[in-house]
Design a protein around this ligand. Sequence first.
Ligand SMILES: [Ca+2]
Length: 327
Amino acid sequence: MTLFFTVLCLFSFADPGGGGPVAAWGVTVTRATAAEPEVSKVEREGQAVPEVRGPRPDEVRINPQDGERYVWIPPGNFQMGCSPDDRDCRDHEKPRHRVTISRGFWMGQTEVTVGGYRKFAQATQRKVPEALVLAAPPRFRSPDFPQSDNHPVAYVTWDEAAQYCQWAGGRLPTEAEWEYAARAGSPAARYGNLDEIAWYADNSGRSKLDSAELWGWESASRINYRKRLRDNGKQTHPVGKKTPNDFGLYDMLGNVLEWCADWYGEKYYQVSEERDPEGPPSGEFRVMRGADWYGPPWGVRVSTRDWMLPDHRFSRIGFRCVREVIP
Ligand SMILES: [Ca+2]
């Protein structure tokens, strides 16, 4: 029921662009309007023909290329950036601003898995997930935890993530698409109770920790933080085990950070265009979103922005893809 109201709300504010009839091959196709963006009617010279329906808002399809599950994200608009009453926001999450996502898209229902990445690696003669770990600098390999095919793949560079998505028939999401999809209509900093929706530092190990209490910015505190988490066996967890958001997406918060397509711009929100923003034209770092198993709770929010050199390989970084069409 929540999803139903969310989608109605999104549709009611959807950008009207794209409506109206277009002619192709002697067939008049009435494109979806903002009120019903994913339903097409085909009329052939007065002869009624069956409706050709697009994806439903909650429809899930298996991508035949990588075997991963993708969920349909309908177009709409939202307020991007620091959530109301969120006191943990940093300056680069401001100003909160309106963004329109003018086209729906399919998004990986989970982070890309080790099993999905293995198919890509074998098809393209790239490093398999086990080799990715060893390719990371030693100080970034800890913890070298066991991973099944259902764990999110980690240690993936931005280039490898982008190449995977291209191979899978899609691309990395823009930062705006990522936050729009993560919020799923929610204006709040989190789309549910944190322990129910996300693997993060408090709950990614064997027993519950108070990671906010353990965290410290000084070097000695950080060493102690890492040690306490390591001793507690913290690590990634198989995808799809926590409660999804109202679009049916899992682990948008927590588990692994997710590469986005955009270059990172610290002040980009001050100049971002409203419609389908794609980030700065150039930069040094790429955006990562959603926090991860290592992060304390104050950073596990849908507006939190992280950034990293695109060739960085780390146990905390994974990704998911989007596709315009899935057959
Ligand atoms: Ca994640």
